[in-house]
Design a protein. Structure first.
Length: 644
């Protein structure tokens, strides 16, 4: 029995005068409900012994997509697969029709992420074959009496028919328009098709996105336009041919054999050039991006790879649009992350960040490890090894300067997330930093202690300020609760001097601040007609002087923030509460944060006796006299420890 699940997605986003129907296959880092209904959290759908298929139907507005997952016959005891052969197709090669399949391998629907650009997609099983035959296995010219699957795959002229199982997706719409489909393609030299089911012929598709190994001048993955993807492939398909011509014939190769080999390479290059619209560039390298294609109302279009599985991240349907209308509207997913790890510069001997951050003033890149007992077991929990430590003794003096383009990518998305772990240094209290911003951004460095507009400030107290083509102060009137809640003094969220998570999320004219994954303030800036944060997106590229820890906010007479910062993330999309929680969990890995926050509390430390001002000689538990740096005796979980 085929498993059919239907979900109507109500995700709509206005685009010009046309509705844009949207579906995401991964939501908050998890499989969308209809995939999860079959696969569970980690894939592995139940085996379907009837036909080896799993079918999922998704509807969003005027668009419907059917995802077909397939699989292969299971292996048989004693060799081969559990296939019963039927009529003879080729007696000499021992190829037969398939009379029946006794058992199929498990179908799988799972999730993967091309993490360097935060690109989630669903993966399924099964190469999409048009026909499956049975071929008898042999060894040492002896037929073994067991069989394996022998596949016929789709051809772009439709001459051999359409896939009957394996992984493919069927797209239909009740109106004419264009689809933009998010995909991960396994190797660019494997043909990728958009096929009109009625004609069975492959149609024009436009590919924009990323190709593994194709980087920009900054060393990061380069977002390629349709023309660039096509060009990259054009270079590739003739590369082997041109290289072979330049190299000439091998030492043991005759001239005739050389010319034959060159002619074959040229023929293959020309053939691939003709079929370039079905191929996505750069040979054996993976592609992740968008396929854009036109559709007629009521027609069915299939998307699949020739002999591999294609990843599916979701789709947008644009009524009344064409593929050419959409190819310049591809949104580049941008994510900047850093754990503040460093390496030693061979020339200067200084510690330099891997991600291009720079420490100014007394700010520094630091690291810490747990203290160990005599058995080298940790006495304390250290969630983050590397971090940036800022000095708060002056104003506009110490801070971490970030790469200048981190805020330059939200003009199309109209979304921005800034997230970071923060720790107040031990000798400080809220009164020392109650006005300090965690994160600031300006067009240029301060001159004579002052900055110029535009600006962005994320303040420790849980409020925000934006002045980018419009001033937004995020006032009580704009707060959806009717009043800003300020987190300082008695409500200081950093008073325990432990690591806590902060996130500011901007979307359109809505902004939120989360602390430890909990929403603390939210603003609707449309409530005051003259106030807008849209300039943050339209003018974000102008915000090139971006800082952590430094009080770069104008000429405010407040010291820099005496905080430590770890695991910074900036992205040109909004994070939901679920995504923030997932990110926090990923950041700390296996660290037991509940135990970490308990350290030093009544449950974590049972007693502390401070003796650091005593004039008497102090000895440790080994009978050794301790130095003047000794601070006390800690009894933790029934164990006595020297606190240094």
């Amino acid at each position: 029995m085929k498993k059919i699940f239907t979900l109507i997605s109500m995700a709509f986003l206005a685009m010009s005068a046309n509705a844009q129907d949207v579906y995401n296959a991964i939501v908050d880092g998890k499989l969308a409900p209809e995939f999860a209904a079959i696969a569970g959290e980690d894939g592995g759908a139940a085996n379907n012994t009837a036909d080896g298929k799993s079918i999922i139907t998704i509807t969003a507005g005027k668009a419907t997509v059917t995802a077909v997952g397939g699989t292969t016959p299971a292996n048989a005891d004693g060799g081969g697969q559990q296939i019963t052969p039927g009529a003879v197709l080729d007696a000499e090669k021992h190829i037969y029709e398939v009379a029946s399949v006794e058992a199929w391998n498990d179908i799988s629907w799972g999730k993967k992420n091309q993490g360097d650009i935060d690109f989630w997609y669903v993966t399924g099983t099964g190469n999409p074959y048009v026909k499956m035959n049975a071929i008898e296995n042999s060894k040492d010219d002896e037929w073994l009496g067991n069989y394996k699957a022998d596949y016929v795959f789709y051809e772009p002229d439709g001459s051999v028919g359409m896939p009957i199982t394996g992984l493919y997706y069927k797209f239909t719409a009740s109106a004419a328009g264009a689809f933009k489909v998010k995909v991960w393609a396994n190797k660019g030299n494997r043909q990728t098709f958009v096929v009109n089911a009625k004609t069975m012929k492959a149609e024009r598709l436009l590919a924009s996105g990323f190709i593994n190994g194709v980087n920009g001048a900054d060393g990061k993955k380069k977002m390629l336009t349709v023309e660039q993807v096509d060009s990259v492939h054009h270079v590739y398909i003739y590369g082997n041919y041109e290289a072979a011509v330049a190299k000439g014939k091998a030492e043991d190769e005759t001239q005739e054999a050389f010319e034959e080999r060159i002619a074959k390479l040229k023929f293959e290059a020309d053939s691939l050039a003709t079929a370039r619209q079905y191929v996505i560039g750069n040979g054996g390298q993976n592609f992740w991006g968008w396929l854009t294609f036109d559709v007629e109302a009521g027609e069915e279009y299939w998307v699949f790879q020739h002999s591999s599985q294609i990843g599916f991240g979701g789709f947008e349907f644009h009524e009344g649009k064409t593929a050419d209308d959409l190819i310049n509207d591809i949104i580049v997913p941008f994510v900047f992350t850093t754990n503040f790890s460093t390496y030693e510069d061979e020339t200067t001997g200084e510690r330099v960040s891997w991600k291009g951050e720079k420490a100014f003033g007394n700010g520094k890149f630091a690291s810490e490890e747990p203290e160990l007992d005599e058995n080298e077991k940790p006495l304390n929990i250290v969630p983050f090894g590397d971090f940036f430590s800022n000095d708060g003794s002056a104003k506009r003096a110490s801070y971490c300067l970030l790469p200048e383009d981190v805020l330059a990518h939200s003009d199309k998305t109209q979304e921005l997330t800034i997230a970071v772990w923060v720790r107040a240094q031990k000798e400080t209290k809220s009164a020392d930093y109650m006005w300090a911003p965690l994160f600031t951004a300006y067009a240029a460095a301060p001159v004579d202690g002052k900055n110029t507009w535009p600006m962005l400030a994320c303040q420790y107290r849980g409020v925000l300020q934006v002045n980018c083509a419009g001033w937004t102060d995020y006032t009580d009137a704009q707060n959806v609760a009717g009043k800003n809640t300020l987190y300082h003094g008695d409500t200081d969220w950093l008073k325990d001097h432990k690591w806590h998570h902060y996130a500011a999320v901007f979307e359109g004219e809505n902004a939120k601040v989360f602390i430890d994954g909990v929403l603390k303030n939210e603003w609707d800036v449309t409530k005051v007609a003259d106030n807008t944060q849209k300039g943050l997106f339209s003018n974000g590229a102008e915000l090139k002087y971006v800082c952590l820890g430094g009080n770069q906010a104008w000429d405010w007479n407040d010291n820099d923030a005496p905080f430590d910062f770890a695991r910074l993330l900036i992205k040109n999309s909004k994070m939901t509460a679920g995504e923030i929680a997932a990110q926090m969990k990923a950041d700390v890995g296996e660290t037991d944060m509940e135990a970490y926050y308990a350290e030093g509390s009544e449950t974590g430390v049972k007693a502390v006796k401070t003796v650091q001002n005593s004039n008497a000689a102090i000895y440790n538990l080994a009978g050794q006299k301790v130095n003047n740096g000794f601070k006390g005796l800690v009894i933790k979980d029934g164990r006595k420890m020297i606190q240094k």
